[in-house]
Design a protein around this ligand. Sequence first.
Ligand SMILES: Nc1nc2c(c(=O)[nH]1)N[C@H]1C(S)=C(S)[C@@H](COP(=O)(O)OP(=O)(O)OC[C@H]3O[C@@H](n4cnc5c(N)ncnc54)[C@H](O)[C@@H]3O)O[C@H]1N2
Ligand code: MOO
Length: 420
Amino acid sequence: MSDHKAKPLRNDCFALPPGVNWTPVPEALERLRSRLHPVVGVDTAVPLHEANGRILASDVVAPRAHPPSSNSAVDGYALAGPVTDVPCALPLVDGRSAAGEPYTGNVPAGHAIRILTGAVMPAGTDTVVLEEDCEVVGQELHLQGTLKAGANRRKAGEDIQARNKILTAGTRITPTQISVLASVGVAEVDVFQRLRVGVLSTGDEVKPVGAKVTDWQIYDANRPMLSALVTQLGYELVDLGHVLDRAEEVKAALERGADQCDLILTSGGVSAGDEDHVSKTLKAHGEISNWRIAIKPGRPLALAMFNGTPVLGLPGNPVAAWVCALRFGAPAMALLAGGEWFEPQAYELPANFAKNKKPGRSEMLRARVRDGQVEVFGSEGSGRVTGLAWSDGLVELDESARQIEPGTLVRFIPYGSFGL
Ligand SMILES: Nc1nc2c(c(=O)[nH]1)N[C@H]1C(S)=C(S)[C@@H](COP(=O)(O)OP(=O)(O)OC[C@H]3O[C@@H](n4cnc5c(N)ncnc54)[C@H](O)[C@@H]3O)O[C@H]1N2
Ligand code: MOO
């Protein structure tokens, strides 16, 4: 294992040029992308069964070919060609080639041999006929119909050639990648250490689930939501708990976070109110840049460095926190974790709703697809958590969008496109 904080970020990495007011979403994304880089070290020789969800730290080259030898794709008979005149009858060689039990002899031209799926093609053979398409009469194979030379044979290396690159550094390992690695005998990989992401909630009105509450208090919805997001994206969660709107509490929590984490996600306390202590603390003790992003919901987003650790200050409203955590946080975390920055895959689909949108800002609507059309949640209120559970993704309307009518193509981004 190497040092965890491989290469720290610069303290001024989130600074905005003076005079910038509302930052358009593409510009905010580009800023983040260009200022962040991997901050985690590398775990070497991690066994494959522990590598799911981790990010490759080096390219992987195939130590052998796949398949390693020519073999049959079906159960049937392997022919030693050339066999041009069909119908015909070919003498059958004694023996067979089965998976795990290859035939070691040579099949003379014009002869056939029993073969099973996955078995190595015996020397001399080049084509396999399905057993359903032929008939064995005594020691002869009778062929009807047509015959295509090379049929039903999987060539050595047709999938992967030995010494070819099969996966690139920065790729997140999933079950499908594990299949490829295992197929060529890669038992261990170098992966980045898991990004440690701290999640902190703030607010005098906020109480943890399970606590006793009075009418003016609300349950902390953001910390469980963001914690689940961090875990599902494959990062290591550091629960920093909840703190009251008191400068010294916020500071102490950020100090704990900076000690234990590679990134801190906070929610609440980032707008301009009297009790917005996250912003104030970051200003007093760190380097903060309050990004005012031309997006609804989620316009106040605080980006800061605190004791050398980046802080993403998400807005308190749960929908805004969710949207910002996905749109800005997910690609940022991917990059910090050694993966690639990504633009989530969107699908253009007809709207089944109408909307008059203000120009000059992007809007993210909770959405889902039904019968090939995009529905949006009935309310845009960013405290309406029911819309989160209702949705399968987000519709992103860019700055220039104005009038949406039923049938207008809109960009639907499924939650899966953010890595969920
Ligand atoms: N004068 C202005 N006021 C506000 C502006 C603005 O631009 N000027 N922006 C509004 C927008 S948009 C948002 S979003 C919020 C963001 O404010 P904060 O990030 O400072 O968040 P809070 O004020 O602390 O909380 C907002 C809202 O969310 C609730 N909340 C907070 N934490 C949680 C939690 N963990 N779980 C569930 N709900 C939470 C909190 O009770 C508030 O209702 O500012 C607007 N105001
Ligand atoms: O970020 Mo606020 O309304 O945009 O919730």
